[in-house]
Design a protein. Structure first.
Lengths: 662, 271
C-alpha cells in the first residue's frame, strides 16, 4: 500500500472531488481522513469510512429529490456532516452552496433565494429556526436536513429530516441491495470536469454578495498546484476552524485535503478551537492576521503575570530569536554560537510557547486577507514557524500569489502562484488568470462581464505594484484610492492598516478623499487597553467609558503621532498624515452592518452612519453628539448615544517619545 | 453509547397526573420562629413546578425539607409513594432527588469536569480498594461515568470550560456547572434554588432553554424557586405561592397571576 501511495500521491486523472474521494478511499483506505472531537474525545474516520458515509448521504439527498444541477445549501460550523454534505452533493452533480452560519435570517434568506436552494443541510436547531422563520419567502426549499437533533424533537418532520437517520436507512438499503450503491458509484464516474463543483458567495465587502461558480476540474487543478508547491501529503493534518462558506476553508481544508490526502480535523465547538489546536497540532495552518495578533496579545498579557525569572528568560530568548530566528528559518549562514543559543531558546521558550499555541508541528502556515504588521509577522517567523503570505480571491478559487519558502516578507504577498499570470493594468489594478479561475457569477452575466476582461483576465479591484524582486504589493482597493484636495494620494486602507498594527487599536476608518486633510475614527482594543487600564488603576464600566477616557485619548494620540512620522517619511504617502481623529463610542460590529462577516470595515456605510462625527472632524468642533441604533446579540434593537471628543494632532507631536499599552 | 441512548429514548415529556411528591401540612420551626406553617402541595411527575414568594416566605426551607436537610416538626412528605418522617440528604440523593443552591456551592479548585463527576459518586460501584488504585473495575466505572458526564457537558454546551477550574469561571457559567452536576445524578426530581439569580438577560435566556430542554429530553420533574416573574410564568406548569410560611395560592401561572392575595403579597397592601 505504501508504494502505491507515493506513486499516486497526486493522482492526475481525477478531475472532480468525488473521483478524488473514491481514489483516496482506495489508495489510503486505512489512513485517517477526518477527525472530530465529540463528547470529549477525538473520533477518527478513515478515507474508506468517509467514502461510505458520503455515499449514504448522497443517496439520502437523492431520495429527497436532489439531482443534477440542484442547489443544496450547507449551513453550519466545521463538522464532518457539513463537509460530507458537500461531497454528497457533488456525487449527485448537484451544487453545494455553503452559507455563513452566523448570517442573520435576512442575509441567509437572500442567499437561499438567490441560489434557489432545494435542500438545506444544516447544523442544528438555530439554523432550522432561521430557515423556518423565513419559509414563506423561500418556496424553493423542499427539505431541511439537520445534523444535531437537540431541541428539534417536537418539530413537524414532514419537511425536516435527520441526516444521521437518513444515512442509516441508506446504509441498510445498500446492504440489502448492493445495486443501489453501485449505481451511485457509477454516477461518480459520470461526473464531468466542467460540472459546477461549488458555488461560494462572496462576503459582500462591496455590496450585495454574489454567487461565484467554480468548476470541478479547475478547482482540482488549482488545489493540485498549491499542494505540490508546499509539498503537502497524507501525513499532514489541518484543523478546519474557519467558516466553511469562505473560500479559504473550502480550498485549504477541503480541496487540498482531497488532492493530497490530508487529514482534516473538526473542532469540538467554536469556543474550543484553541484547545483543539493544541491537541491536534496541525502541520498546515491558516489564520487571518487578526488571529495571530490576538494570540500575541494574549501571550504578552500572560507574560506580564509570570514570575520575574520567567519574564527575563522570555525576553532574553525572544531577543535572540529576533536576531537569528528568521535567518535560521531561511537557511542563511548563521554562526554556530548563535545556533546553539537559539537551540537553548527552543528548548526553554520557543518550544513550550509553540506547544501552548498548538503550533509545534507546523510545516507551512499562511496568513492573508489583511496586511500584517512587520513586528507581528517577524515574531512568529523568529520562533521557527514557517509563516508565509498569500493573496487570493474567491474568483481565483483562492491563490493568486503566494510566497515560496525562503523568500518571505511582511510587506508583500509574494510572486504569482504556480500557473497564475498577473498583470497590472494602466490604472494600477491587479488582474490575473489562474488555473482555479471562476466560471462566472451566478445569474449575473453583467457583473461577470464587468469583472472579466475581454482577453480573459479577472479584475481584482485591488491596486498593487510589483517590487523589484517580483513580489506583489497590495496597496488598497482600487476604487478606494482617492486624492486629497491638493492632489496628494489618499489610500485609506494603507493608513488604517498602519494604525491597526498598534496593539491598542483594533479598528480604524480613515477619511480624506476630496477633503483638505486626512482624519480617522478609531476603535480601541478592549483586551489590550483594558489590561493597561487595570494596571494603571483606571476604572471603567463599559467600552464606551474606557474609549472616552482622556488618558486613553493621550495614548492613542501618541500612536497616531508615531504613524504620522512614518508616513511623512514615505514620499507617496504623505497625504495620509492624520490631522484629527476621534475614538468611537462603540465597537464596529458585523451585526450592525459596519463590518462584513469576514470582519472588514464597510467604510462607506460607516461614513454615512456616523455622518455627524465625520462632519465634526472637518468643521473644527471639539465634540459631537451621536446616537446610533445597534443590534444586540439576541436580536433586540436599541440605541447608544454618546458625546464623542475630537482630538487635534499637533505637528510637533510626531517627535514625542512613545509609550505603548503593552 | 448507552448514555446517548438513554438521553434520546426519553423523547417527549409527559406531564402526568401521577403525584411524584406530596407535601402535607408541613410545619417547620426554628425555636420560636415558624418558617413553614402547615403547607400542603404536590409535584406531579414530569412537570415544572415553581415555588414563589417574597423574601423570607420559606421557599428555600421548603426545598431543604424536601431533600431531607431539614426535618419538619409536623406533617408528612410522600415521595414516590413512600411516606417518611425523617430523611437524610444522602438518602434523598440516592432516591433521585438532586438540587442546586441559591449561592453556588461548587468545589472551586476542581475543574468543571471533576465537579460534574462528583455528581456520579453515588452511582460508582467499584470498592475503595480499586478506587484507590484507579484500575480494573474502578477504571471501567470511571470511563462509563465520564461518558455520561460528557453527554451533559455537550447538552449544556460547556465543552470549552471542561478543564477550567470552576473558581475562575464567571457566575453565570458556575450556575450552569452546578446544574450539570445535579443532572449527572440522573435525578427524577430536580430542585433548583434561584437558578437565574444574578444573571444577565442573555444568561437567563440560556438557562431557561436548558431548564426546558432538561424537562423535555430527560423527562425530569423540576421544582424551582425563582424571583423573576417573567421566567416563572413562562417556564412553569403550576405555581405555588408562599408568604410568611403559609401557602396563599396554588395553580397555573394564569390563575396565580390574577389571584388577589398574590397581588397583595407582591405589591403590598394598605392597612
Amino acid at each position: 500500500m505504501e508504494s502505491n501511495q507515493s506513486e499516486a500521491r497526486y493522482a492526475s486523472h481525477e478531475n472532480t472531488f468525488p473521483k478524488l474521494l473514491r481514489a483516496n478511499a482506495r489508495m489510503r483506505s486505512a489512513r485517517p481522513a477526518m477527525r472530530h472531537k465529540d463528547r470529549g474525545y477525538w473520533r477518527t474516520w478513515t478515507w474508506a469510512e468517509v467514502y461510505e458515509n458520503v455515499l449514504a448521504l448522497a443517496h439520502a439527498f437523492e431520495t429527497l429529490g436532489a439531482g443534477y444541477g440542484d442547489k443544496i445549501a450547507i449551513v453550519g460550523g466545521n463538522r464532518p456532516l457539513m463537509y460530507w454534505s458537500i461531497s454528497a452533493a457533488q456525487i449527485l452533480r448537484a451544487v453545494p452552496v455553503p452559507v455563513y452560519a452566523d448570517a442573520t435570517p435576512e442575509e441567509m434568506a437572500a442567499v437561499i433565494d438567490d441560489a434557489q436552494i432545494k435542500i438545506a443541510a444544516v447544523h442544528d436547531q438555530e439554523q432550522v429556526d432561521k430557515l423556518i422563520g423565513a419559509a414563506d419567502r423561500l418556496p424553493s426549499v423542499k427539505y431541511i436536513v439537520y445534523d444535531e437533533e437537540r431541541g428539534l424533537v417536537d418539530y413537524d418532520h414532514t419537511q425536516l429530516k435527520s441526516m444521521k437517520a437518513l444515512m442509516k436507512e441508506s446504509k441498510a438499503l445498500f446492504a440489502r441491495d448492493p445495486s443501489v450503491r453501485a449505481r451511485l458509484v457509477s454516477s461518480i464516474e459520470a461526473g464531468q470536469g466542467g460540472d459546477t463543483s461549488i458555488m461560494l458567495y462572496t462576503s459582500g465587502t462591496t455590496g450585495r454578495s454574489k454567487g461565484v461558480i467554480l468548476s470541478a476540474e479547475r478547482s482540482v487543478a488549482a488545489a493540485r498546484d498549491t499542494a505540490a508547491f508546499d509539498r503537502l501529503n497524507d501525513r499532514d493534518e489541518v484543523l478546519a476552524y474557519l467558516p466553511c462558506a469562505w473560500v479559504g476553508d473550502h480550498y485549504l481544508n477541503y480541496a487540498q485535503a482531497m488532492v493530497a490526502g490530508i487529514c482534516m480535523a473538526c473542532p469540538e465547538s467554536g469556543e474550543t478551537v484553541q484547545q483543539d489546536l493544541r491537541e491536534i497540532g496541525p502541520t498546515f495552518y491558516f489564520a487571518p492576521p487578526r488571529v495571530f495578533e490576538g494570540l500575541l496579545t494574549r501571550v504578552m498579557i500572560r507574560m506580564e503575570d509570570a514570575s520575574k525569572l520567567k519574564q527575563r528568560m522570555f525576553h532574553y530568548y525572544l531577543g535572540i530569536a529576533r536576531k537569528w530566528g528568521e535567518k535560521i528559518l531561511n537557511r542563511q549562514n548563521v554562526p554556530l554560537l548563535a545556533r546553539l543559543q537559539y537551540a537553548v531558546g527552543e528548548m526553554l521558550v520557543y518550544g513550550p510557547l509553540k506547544n501552548v499555541l498548538g503550533f509545534s508541528r507546523i510545516r507551512v502556515a499562511y496568513t492573508a486577507g489583511e496586511a500584517i504588521g512587520n513586528d507581528l509577522f517577524a515574531f512568529y517567523r523568529s520562533l521557527g514557524i514557517n509563516l508565509k503570505q498569500l493573496y487570493g480571491q474567491t474568483e481565483a478559487f483562492l491563490y493568486v500569489t503566494c510566497q515560496p519558502d525562503g523568500a518571505v516578507r511582511s510587506d508583500t504577498v509574494g510572486p504569482p502562484a504556480p500557473n497564475v499570470t498577473i498583470r497590472i493594468s494602466d490604472d494600477g489594478e491587479v488582474q490575473f488568470k489562474s488555473p482555479g479561475q471562476f466560471i462566472g457569477y451566478y445569474n449575473d452575466p453583467q457583473k461577470t462581464a464587468e469583472t472579466v476582461t475581454e482577453d480573459g483576465f479577472v479584475r481584482t479591484g485591488d491596486a498593487g505594484i510589483f517590487d523589484k524582486d517580483g513580489q506583489l504589493r497590495i496597496i488598497d482597493r482600487a476604487k478606494d484610492v482617492g486624492k486629497l484636495k491638493d492632489g496628494r494620494l489618499f489610500a485609506p486602507k494603507y493608513i488604517e492598516n498602519k494604525l491597526k498594527f498598534f496593539p491598542n487599536i483594533k479598528e480604524a476608518v480613515a477619511f480624506g478623499d476630496g477633503r483638505e486633510f486626512t482624519t480617522a475614527f478609531i476603535n480601541i482594543d478592549l483586551t489590550a487597553v483594558g489590561n493597561w487600564a487595570e494596571r494603571n488603576n483606571i476604572i471603567y464600566s463599559s467600552y464606551q467609558e474606557l474609549a472616552a477616557h482622556p488618558r486613553v485619548y493621550d495614548m492613542i494620540a501618541r500612536n497616531v503621532a508615531e504613524m504620522n512620522a512614518a508616513l511623512a517619511a514615505e514620499p507617496m504617502m504623505s497625504g495620509g498624515v492624520i490631522k484629527r481623529f476621534l475614538i468611537l463610542h462603540k465597537e464596529l460590529d458585523a451585526d450592525d452592518g459596519e463590518l462584513t462577516r469576514t470582519q472588514k470595515v464597510r467604510r462607506g456605510f460607516v461614513g454615512e452612519r456616523y455622518e455627524p462625527l465625520v462632519k465634526a472632524l472637518y468643521d473644527g468642533s471639539h465634540e459631537a453628539d451621536i446616537s446610533t441604533e445597534v443590534t444586540f446579540e439576541d436580536g433586540r434593537r436599541g440605541t447608544i448615544s454618546a458625546r464623542v471628543r475630537v482630538q487635534d494632532m499637533q505637528d510637533e507631536a510626531t517627535t514625542r517619545p512613545l509609550e505603548t499599552a503593552a | 453509547m448507552s448514555a446517548t441512548a438513554a438521553i434520546n429514548s426519553a423523547d417527549t415529556r409527559a406531564v402526568t397526573n401521577e403525584v411524584l411528591l406530596a407535601v402535607e401540612n408541613v410545619t417547620l420551626r426554628f425555636g420560636g420562629v415558624t418558617a413553614i406553617n402547615g403547607v400542603s402541595f404536590d409535584i406531579r411527575k414530569g412537570e415544572i413546578r415553581a415555588i414563589i414568594g417574597p423574601n423570607g416566605a420559606g421557599k428555600t426551607s421548603m426545598l431543604n425539607c424536601i431533600n431531607g436537610f431539614y426535618h419538619p416538626q409536623e406533617g408528612r412528605i410522600t415521595y414516590k409513594g413512600e411516606t417518611r418522617q425523617r430523611m437524610r440528604p444522602h438518602v434523598a440523593a440516592s432516591q433521585g432527588i438532586a438540587r442546586t443552591f441559591q449561592n453556588v456551592a461548587l468545589f472551586n479548585g476542581m475543574t468543571t469536569l471533576d465537579n460534574i463527576m462528583t455528581g456520579r459518586t453515588l452511582k460508582m460501584s467499584a470498592n475503595i480498594f480499586w478506587q484507590m488504585l484507579r484500575l480494573g473495575p474502578a477504571l471501567a466505572d470511571e470511563i462509563k461515568h465520564r461518558e455520561y458526564c460528557e453527554e451533559i457537558i455537550d447538552f449544556l454546551e460547556i465543552e470549552a470550560i471542561r478543564k477550567t477550574p470552576v473558581g475562575r469561571l464567571p457566575y453565570g457559567l458556575q450556575k450552569r456547572v452546578e446544574l450539570a452536576r445535579a443532572l449527572a445524578m440522573q435525578p427524577d426530581l430536580l430542585l433548583l434554588d434561584e437558578p437565574m439569580a444574578g444573571m444577565n438577560l442573555e444568561e437567563k435566556q440560556d438557562m431557561c432553554r436548558f431548564i426546558i430542554d432538561v424537562n423535555k429530553t430527560f423527562g425530569t420533574t423540576i421544582a424551582l424557586i425563582e424571583h423573576d416573574m417573567g421566567v416563572v410564568m413562562d417556564l412553569s406548569d403550576r405555581v405555588v405561592v408562599l408568604e410568611y410560611g403559609r401557602k396563599i395560592a396554588d395553580g397555573t401561572p394564569d390563575e396565580v397571576k390574577s389571584d388577589q392575595k398574590v397581588i397583595d403579597a407582591y405589591l403590598g397592601v394598605s392597612h
